[in-house]
Design a binder for this molecule. Structure first.
Ligand code: NAD
Ligand code: MG
Length: 419
């Protein structure tokens, strides 16, 4: 990861375009939505629905929700629909009988969906499972709106290098990174001092460590500002989501860990800021609604009409800020550790978290044990002597699988250990 900064004007910045690199958008855009049945998928379909004449849907994918997928495929006349569960092909075919939509099932079908010739692809599968499909879109040089941060955390350098090589255009869809993307155009690399990504602080922002340790699933799922999928909502409560986003920012914009700050901002109105050498700080603001950054990606390089509420700052009255607490939210500290260690450590950070979150949802570990399991898995990885740059998706997936196995092995002892 450390070498990524030198790529700013080379491979990396040709993958995340600068504003003055604007190219004309096609009049009718063919689009594919990976993870169409999820929260980001839903927001994306909402935007497509609002401008039906401007978009042709090439492919849609889902994990197991065949009925939801088929409903969308029918509504949008999708050319291809893929369900990741290999046992659900017949169900999908039955649901789409009488339509022209081709059907596929299994991981390879999701990858095929991404490989089909759409101009614009929303990568919104959740978790590291999104890596191979997103790479399939990147490798054919598509414009990829990237919501799936885990695929960058899992294999960021590789992902950005493949994007640059194929001439793919990566548009950051995560709200904070989209904000940075919009603000970065105000200066150039030598003028950049740091980027600041904001965090709501989640439902446990004001809680004592002992209470966070014992938090229930229902409490973790009560996000104060954003309505999102289950995994990312739990990640927001642990601030693991912000940790993933620190790594995501490092990959997308080729930044060193020292150039990325996190600022707790409970109202979630300012999403990201960039400080330049003259001490100007350029920020992007908006109501907390994912349809705004997605609309920015969908319209790019132009702007389209977004459906989010108009920002009324007079009504909001106050915007407040706090420094993040790395002791009560160790997941955030671990992200910086993983980024500094590099060579697969961020992959391990993400994989262990996916295991930990699943274990927490299943009632096997306390909330506080999520970060402890991630830390123990990272320590085991760093002791293993296996650290090396990831040179292929299979490398990244092998590290991811090994880290998952290690996390599962460590789970019982972490579950028993109180903080
Ligand atoms: P979600 O759980 O609501 O939806 C995930 C989608 O991926 C669903 O369509 C599901 O069917 C599909 N999927 C899940 N596992 C799969 C697998 N193994 N193979 C193929 N498809 C699979 O999640 P979400 O909240 O929409 O988040 C999606 C991604 O976007 C995540 O990486 C998340 O971190 C990121 N993100 C989400 C938000 C948000 O507001 N929801 C904001 C920023 C970034
Ligand atoms: Mg975000």
């Amino acid at each position: 990861m450390a070498s990524a900064a030198v790529l700013w004007f080379g491979e990396v910045m040709s993958a995340v375009p600068l504003r003055n690199n604007k190219a004309a958008a096609p009049a009718i855009r063919s689009v594919t939505v990976l993870g169409a049945t999820g929260s980001i998928g839903d927001s994306t379909m909402d935007l497509l629905r609002a401008s039906r004449d401007r978009y042709q849907v090439e492919a849609l994918t889902a994990n197991t929700n065949v009925q939801g997928l088929a409903k969308l495929a029918k509504e949008f006349g999708a050319r291809f629909a893929a369900v990741a569960d290999p046992d659900r092909l017949t169900e999908l075919k039955d649901a789409l009988a009488g339509t022209r939509t081709e059907c596929g099932a299994g991981e390879s079908a999701v990858i095929e969906a991404a490989a089909r010739p759409a101009d614009w692809v929303m990568a919104a599968v959740s978790g590291a499972a999104g890596l191979k499909p997103a790479l399939a879109a990147v490798d054919r040089g598509a414009t990829v709106a990237l919501a799936n941060k885990e695929c960058l955390v899992c294999a960021g350098d590789l992902f950005m290098q493949r994007a640059a090589k194929a001439g793919a255009c990566i548009l950051p869809a995560d709200s904070e990174h989209n904000a940075l993307f919009q603000a970065l155009g105000s200066g150039n690399r030598e003028e950049l001092v740091r980027v600041i990504i904001t965090a709501s602080g989640g439902p446990f922002r004001t809680w004592a460590s002992a209470d966070i340790e014992q938090a229930t699933l229902a409490q973790a799922l009560k996000h104060p500002n954003w309505s999102m999928g289950q995994k990312i909502t739990i990640d927001s409560a642990s601030m693991m989501n912000k940790g993933l986003e620190v790594i995501e920012a490092a990959c997308l914009f080729a930044l060193a860990p020292e150039e990325i700050d996190v600022l707790v901002h409970p109202q979630s109105i300012i999403h990201g800021m960039v400080e330049f050498s003259d001490r100007s700080v350029v920020a992007q603001l908006g109501a907390p609604d994912m349809r705004t950054p997605i609309a920015h990606c969908l319209g790019w390089p132009d702007r389209i009409v977004g459906p989010a509420a108009k920002l009324d700052l007079a009504k909001i009255g106050q915007l407040t800020f706090e420094a993040p607490d790395f002791d009560r939210f160790p997941a955030l500290r671990l992200a910086y550790d993983a980024l500094r260690a590099g060579r697969g450590t961020t992959t391990v950070y993400n994989a262990a978290n996916e295991v930990a979150v699943a274990a927490f949802i299943a009632g096997k570990i306390r909330f506080g044990a999520i970060a402890r399991l991630v830390e123990a898995t990272m320590e085991a990885w760093m002791r293993s002597g296996n650290l090396a740059p990831l040179t292929s998706a299979d490398d990244a997936i092998a590290v991811d699988h090994n880290a998952r196995n290690k996390a599962v092995t460590l789970l019982p002892q972490i579950a028993l250990k109180a903080s």
